[in-house]
Design a protein around this ligand. Structure first.
Ligand code: ZN
Length: 389
């Protein structure tokens, strides 16, 4: 289907494999675009004008992967009867199979490289989420097309030991690749068992993509995830509680930057505190060109430059990951990044005389990796055979 980079001859898995997408709202897409490498990157566009923006970018840059996320999960909780839906100009619309097909075709008509299902939020298993999860995958499996990723926006509670086997089973039963969003108030991976659960899921589900995330993209890809989409703003870095008035993936008014050495996003104000009495760290990315990371103000131009810096640094890190072989080599590379980050935290604290705590999630990532769930290896071979070609 379609010319340029789109689901087609190579199969959708090849379009996803090892690719790092940037998730951005329609207003910021053009600011990010020049810093997205066509071969290994791409955009997930959110917001009301996502279709228009997607079409415009794909027309101008046919080799760049661009898809859209309608963010239905930020507005509605899915039910077994209505797992998919969409906010329209005329109000909320539940989607039956024909309606779902219409929306997915609409994305492709707007030149999306592949379609992404408008899935509503899937609550935790103990909140009645199991039949809802079953309905999402069941209905998606009735779609006879090879150009679609099934979005699965789940409560972080699905990552706990008691729930993750069922989640993995359902993801493996899906005919399409699955893009997982983890929802929590704050960082989902700071919740108990979440890091371990996500790692087991990545090891057990060969067609899993991590969506609307942060540097967890790298931990997931090191553990076997097919690909990932990292949000440019804090609200686009994890799932949120569904509310009808949500939307847009709004801007934070203050600048936040990815500090690559620390494997962490920080507010510029935090960096200014740390470097109050010593020379600040500089950055050699294409945007900073050797300038200090503390220079960004809350002026629009600086917030945009901070965002571009973060995208450049993400792709610099991703270039290293992409150069490794999936499996032990990639995991070894990631472990070294984490060890280096720990050392940079220690050096920074010593140099600045301030307290620089080593984040909880980075600590969890330094722990031993869990094994795949039972039965995963056999399933994995089956999935590879049945994938599109
Ligand atoms: Zn930079």
């Amino acid at each position: 289907m379609g010319a340029g980079t789109g689901a087609g001859a190579g199969g959708i898995d090849e379009l996803l494999r090892d690719r790092l997408l940037i998730m951005v709202n329609d207003r910021s897409a053009n600011e990010v675009l020049p810093h997205v490498p066509a071969r290994t990157g791409g955009l997930v566009v959110t917001g009301a004008d996502a279709p228009v923006r997607c079409r415009a970018i794909r027309n101008a840059y046919p080799e760049t992967v661009v898809v859209m996320d309608h963010e239905s999960h930020t507005r509605r909780t899915a039910t077994a009867d209505a797992p998919f839906g969409l906010k329209t100009a005329y109000g909320w619309r539940d989607l039956d199979l024909a309606g779902l097909v219409e929306i997915l075709d609409g994305q492709r008509a707007n030149r999306a490289s592949y379609a992404v299902t408008p899935t509503c939020f899937v609550p935790a298993e103990e909140a009645g989420g199991a039949p809802v999860l079953g309905a999402v995958i069941g209905q998606a499996n009735r779609l006879h097309r090879e150009d679609t990723v099934v979005l699965l926006p789940c409560s972080w509670r699905w990552l706990r030991r008691s729930s993750v086997p069922l989640l993995a089973e359902r993801i493996r039963a899906c005919r399409h690749p699955v893009a997982l969003i983890m929802q929590a108030d704050g960082d989902p991976l700071e919740r108990g068992q979440a890091v371990e659960g996500l790692r087991r899921l990545c090891r057990s589900c060969p067609r899993l993509v991590l969506w609307r995330t942060d540097l967890a993209a790298f931990d997931a890809m090191a553990h076997g995830a097919l690909g990932a989409a990292v949000g440019v703003s804090a609200v686009l870095r994890h799932g949120v509680q569904p509310r009808p008035e949500n939307g847009g993936g709004g801007h934070k008014p203050y600048p936040v930057v990815l500090v690559r050495r620390l494997l962490r996003y920080h507010r510029v104000a935090t960096l200014q505190d740390w470097f109050a009495h010593v020379d600040p760290w500089t950055c050699d990315c294409a945007v900073c060109k050797g300038a200090a990371l503390t220079r960004f103000t809350d002026l629009d131009a600086d917030v945009a430059a901070a965002l571009q810096h973060s995208v450049c640094e993400l792709y610099a890190l991703h270039e290293e990951l992409d150069a490794t072989l999936a499996g032990d080599e990639r995991l070894g590379w990631w472990r070294q990044q984490l060890a280096d980050a720990w050392e940079h935290h220690r050096l920074l604290a010593a140099r600045t005389g301030t307290e620089v705590p080593f984040p909880k999630v980075l600590q969890a990532w330094r722990r031993e990796s869990p094994t795949a769930l039972p039965g995963a290896a056999g399933e994995q071979r089956g999935q590879e055979r049945s994938g599109p070609s």
